[in-house]
Design a protein around this ligand. Structure first.
Ligand code: GLC
Length: 612
């Protein structure tokens, strides 16, 4: 018997105008307690769970990749609780409207299930809604760490949530509260910095994303990730081993999660890494006893992508891995493609008494509580009023301000900076000067990001050109060819090309690439003063080159609003950025962190200004 799902025709003119059924508060008393929005949430959860079969409860614990859903009817048939778009899983066309239509389509399938339980959909909007073409892309976290501005981080959370909600999505796998301790790590740029105080203070982004109430139209569920110690692995190896004392784990890596839990973060994602030989995905002590017990976390604990498969180091998951992880406290399983087999394995393990039904019930209570808090039973579809805000001018202005505040002035010899807007001949060079993809970095319209015009925004070169007066000449040559003494200054915008996760690990050298070295050689040979703008996700090994540069600004990965870099170059913003990580003198110093007794090139917290 299918229980009627009460979807009263939307009363919102706007929604009706676009023909999307938007539910509104029921106009008649709902048939069942869980459908009655006037009842307390825990009453609704208990009523709903009392009606669910074991299979329906197991289905709620599944988060499948949207591309892993063959027949959409399976969503209702198996009662799939959640879907995600992985870093490169965008609809075609990749437009806000297509995202919202996709989300609404999947949601309709979920509501057709026997009990009409809406699904919750997750994405990685880690620096704005970065998977959507045309969305506002903010500086990556390491740049926000340089701002030291919790209020700015909160405002970024608000805007990010608005753009995410504008595509229907209700769950954001952000912020990463990792504390990077070795800059070789490919996820250094996802960290706010090398000390826990930065991640803790900037976790205000959680408050911005979740709003005053999760049920507000522009609120989304935030995720503190990756629990715990992912930034402390040996040699900065992604998904590696964190071999430190529990006291150090608590002091350095646990604190930001304690802060985020206090702020009411709705979900926590478990790290792929290990702590002293035990995979976090099977670490009952750290999940059950510390996170859920000591920290009192009542939200959803979600695995990382195929994270359970990696417990034994072999491909695929085994019954033992499934049982170990769920008994360790995992509530939602991000199992992108093999989700039907995962349900079968869970069922077998429960029926064998190896996973207690009470554990399944605890996971469901956590998941359903968030779905009720998000208001998904009352408003399961995209609020299309938010769709139009995606990539809007006000949002981009906020991103530009974040770029300004994230710039760190590291050298200004002879006050070569700020540049003069009017009487100048400026020569711009470098592979990152006119490349929106490079300045945005990884997790931008694709998991790994990409070079080139990957989305809409302002490159650093365009920002420079938009800033100068007509009397100033701005020449551009990607590799520096054509530079001569007629120019007053050369601006070399160099650094890294996009990467994400382990693909960004640097186990060997951390110096500049060949293209940059050749560009710099051309500029330096001309005798024209060289100002370097380094677009990178971490400190690079530059000590030997620094004496040849008149000026140096670390731009980090600024995102779509390159105008913010030009604002600092020309003094429209007096730089305030401070290093969120210690800058090595030599790669041999890695790991190098504040207080470790080593002598860096630039210390943690360093940053110059043009004027006091
Ligand atoms: C990735 C990342 C995690 C992300 C998840 C979903 O592998 O480790 O940060 O949220 O998968 O894309």
């Amino acid at each position: 018997m299918r229980i009627k799902t009460r979807l009263v025709a939307g009363l919102l003119t706007g929604a009706l105008a676009v023909g999307h059924p938007v539910s509104a508060p029921a106009t008649t008393a709902p048939d069942l307690a869980y459908q009655d929005s006037r009842r307390p949430i825990q009453v609704r959860v208990s009523d709903l769970m009392s009606r669910m079969t074991l299979d329906e409860k197991l289905g709620q614990m599944i988060q499948a990749e949207r591309l892993g859903i063959g027949d959409p009817v399976d969503i209702a048939t198996y009662g799939v609780g959640s879907l995600l778009s992985g870093g490169s899983s965008q609809p075609t066309p990749n437009t806000p409207q297509a995202w919202a239509d996709m989300y609404d389509g999947f949601q309709r399938q979920a509501l057709a299930s026997r009990l009409g339980i809406p699904l919750i959909y997750g994405v990685d909007a880690v620096h704005g809604h970065n998977g959507v073409y045309g969305a506002t892309v903010f500086p990556h976290n390491i740049g926000l760490g340089a701002t030291r501005n919790p209020r700015l981080a909160e405002r970024i959370g608000v805007v990010t949530a608005k753009e995410v909600a504008g595509t229907g999505i209700d769950w954001n796998f952000a912020p990463c509260l990792c504390v990077v301790r070795n800059d070789r790590w490919g996820r250094t740029y996802e960290s706010f910095g090398e000390v826990p105080q930065l991640a803790s203070s900037l976790s205000t982004i959680v408050t911005g994303m979740q709003g005053r109430r999760l049920s507000d139209p522009a609120s989304v569920l935030a995720t503190a990730k990756h629990y715990v110690g992912d930034g402390g692995t040996l040699n900065g190896k992604d998904q590696g081993e964190t071999n430190i004392s529990e006291a150090e784990l608590r002091a350095i890596h646990l604190e930001p999660f304690r802060t985020a839990v206090r702020k009411g973060v709705g979900s926590v994602m478990i790290s792929y890494s290990s702590f002293n030989g035990v995979k976090l995905h099977a670490n009952s002590y750290l999940i059950n006893e510390v996170l859920k017990g000591e920290l009192g976390f009542k939200g959803i604990v979600v695995s990382d992508y195929n994270g359970i498969d990696k417990i034994d180091g072999q491909p695929g998951f085994t019954p033992a891995e499934v049982t170990a992880s769920i008994n360790a406290g995992m509530d939602m399983i991000m199992v992108p493609f093999a989700w039907k087999a995962f349900i079968d394995t869970m069922r077998t393990e429960v029926q064998a008494g190896l996973i207690a039904v009470s554990r399944i019930d605890d996971a469901n209570r956590r998941i359903l509580t968030k779905k009720f808090e998000l208001g998904l039973f009352e408003k399961p579809f995209t609020d299309r009023r938010l769709t139009a805000t995606i990539g809007s001018k006000p949002h981009r202005e906020l991103a530009r301000q974040a770029v300004r505040e994230s710039q760190v002035l590291l050298k200004n010899h002879g006050r070569v900076l700020p540049l003069d807007k009017s009487r100048n001949r400026i020569f711009v060079a470098g592979k990152n000067a006119d490349d929106i993809g490079n300045q945005a970095g990884g997790w931008t319209v694709g998991w790994q990001g990409a070079s080139g015009p990957t989305t809409i925004g302002t490159t650093i070169l365009q920002g420079i050109r938009q800033t100068v007066r007509a009397s100033t000449t701005v020449a551009y040559s990607k590799d520096g060819t054509g530079i001569d003494k007629s120019y007053d200054v050369a601006v070399a915008v160099i650094g890294e090309t996009p990467y994400a996760e382990g693909k960004g690990d640097r186990p060997l050298g951390m110096g500049l690439d060949q293209a940059d070295l050749e560009t710099l050689a051309r500029l330096e040979a001309s005798g024209v003063p060289v100002v370097v703008v380094l677009v990178s996700g971490r400190p690079l090994e530059i000590a030997e080159h620094l004496p040849k540069w008149a000026g140096l600004i670390e731009a980090w990965l600024p995102g779509t609003e390159g105008q913010g870099v030009a604002d600092v170059l020309f003094g429209d913003y007096n730089p305030t950025g401070k290093l969120p990580v210690t800058w090595m003198r030599s790669v041999a110093q890695q790991p190098i962190n504040v207080g470790d007794g080593q002598t860096p090139l630039f210390p943690f917290g360093f940053g110059l200004r043009y004027r006091p």
